[in-house]
Write a protein that binds this ligand. Structure first.
Ligand code: PLP
Length: 366
């Protein structure tokens, strides 16, 4: 008998994360509106800081000390309650593997971030999906899905891929309904795109509750997706546990240097938020004008919108039509969203072009 190398069964069951595409089937470059990247790039000051980073021959500061202090100062958090990750994705893995394992459940909403399923399975836990309501997180359904085996609950707010948003009272109600031995992870990857007066109170919960972790990222509004920097905050005890299992040098010299300068350039972040709100508003209005063709929009607080195609023009035909015209968007049939397209908010010109293409496609489909 020959023994053969076998991955653990829960690892074998994982389907690898599928990133947004950037080229067509024929390799032709396309305008990429499939990964929620910042169409304005990043802070020019951060770009300049790249050259000033600690020499690549040297290991980075494994504790990202200056960056944690700056984040702490900006948000009023003690730096020892801030953990840096190689993207906030790393922090989601750490949270699940610290508190869940084989026999446990990790709960999240239907139509939420596809990484959550992988995060749950990688640590051997069972992913559990609560039914969504109006394409967003349904707090009642989430609470009803909690069992004695639930160890971690993950909520993206705003939610990706649908852009929906739970207000402060709903986040508080979800937390209040969870047992004390369940970790609530509030994934705020798009928080900087939300108007400050609509803040969902996540950071306050992370500061005051023993079982709340908030994750944020430099990948979206800060425009540093390629540098892989995310951060998390929660109770001291949780941060201390996650620090034990993170990559020792998980944020590169360049990433630390750029994120530090990007954080200080809040003008860029505000400009990104305002640009996004304005262009998104115009695009949503253009899509709502196609209502008689069965086109509708899921209300979004993020830098993307989920457009639903429930008339003659299908989600698949809209996706292919845009791709033929040079625009790549996100079509997610395997998430039960075959009738929709997630479109990142790009520049005024890009969104006007997309709106015109979709109008033509909808009219031709009649
Ligand atoms: C983009 C995104 C992230 C961020 O990923 P990084 O690893 O920080 O680049 C996390 N959660 C959601 C829901 C996202 O859409």
């Amino acid at each position: 008998m020959t023994a053969s190398l076998t991955p653990k069964p829960w690892i074998a069951a994982i389907h690898a994360y599928v990133p947004g595409k950037s080229a067509g089937a024929d390799g032709r470059p396309l305008v990429k509106l499939s990964a929620n990247e910042n169409p304005l790039g990043c802070s020019p000051k951060a770009l300049a800081a790249r050259a000033q980073a600690v020499h690549p021959a040297l290991y980075p500061d494994g504790d990202s000390t200056a960056l944690r202090e700056a984040i702490g100062q900006m948000h009023g958090i003690e730096p020892n309650r801030v953990i840096m990750g190689s993207g906030s994705g790393e922090l989601l893995y750490l949270a699940a593997s610290a508190y869940a394992g084989p026999g446990d459940e990790v709960l999240f909403s239907q139509y939420s971030f596809s990484l959550y399923d992988i995060v749950a399975r990688r640590c051997g836990a069972e992913p559990v999906e609560a039914k969504a309501k109006d394409y967003g997180t349904d707090v009642d359904a989430m609470l009803a899905a909690v069992t004695p085996r639930t160890r971690v609950v993950i909520v993206a707010n705003p939610n990706n891929p649908t852009g929906t948003y739970l207000p402060r009272a709903e986040i508080a109600r979800l937390h209040a309904g969870l047992p004390a031995d369940v970790l609530l992870v509030l994934d705020q990857a798009y928080a900087e795109y939300v108007a400050p007066e609509r803040d969902d109170g996540s950071l306050e919960l992370a500061a005051s509750q023993p079982n709340v972790l908030v994750t944020r990222t430099f990948s979206k509004a800060y425009g540093l997706a390629g540098e892989r920097v995310g951060w998390g905050t929660g109770p001291r005890a949780v941060i201390e546990v996650l620090n034990r299992i993170r990559g020792a040098f998980n944020v590169s010299n360049e990433a630390q240097a750029m994120a530090l300068v990007a954080l200080a350039d809040q003008d860029f972040v505000v400009h990104s938020r305002e640009h996004n709100a304005r262009v998104r508003g115009n695009f949503v209005a253009a899509m709502e004008a196609l209502g008689n063709h069965g086109v509708s929009v899921v209300p979004s607080e993020a830098n993307f919108v989920m457009i639903l195609f429930e008339g003659r023009l299908t989600g698949e035909a809209a996706y292919n039509g845009l791709a033929e015209a040079g625009y790549i968007t996100r079509w997610l049939p395997s998430s039960g969203l075959g009738h929709g397209l997630r479109i990142t908010i790009g520049t005024d010109e890009q969104m006007a072009a997309i709106a015109a293409i979709l109008r033509d496609l909808a009219e031709q489909a009649q």
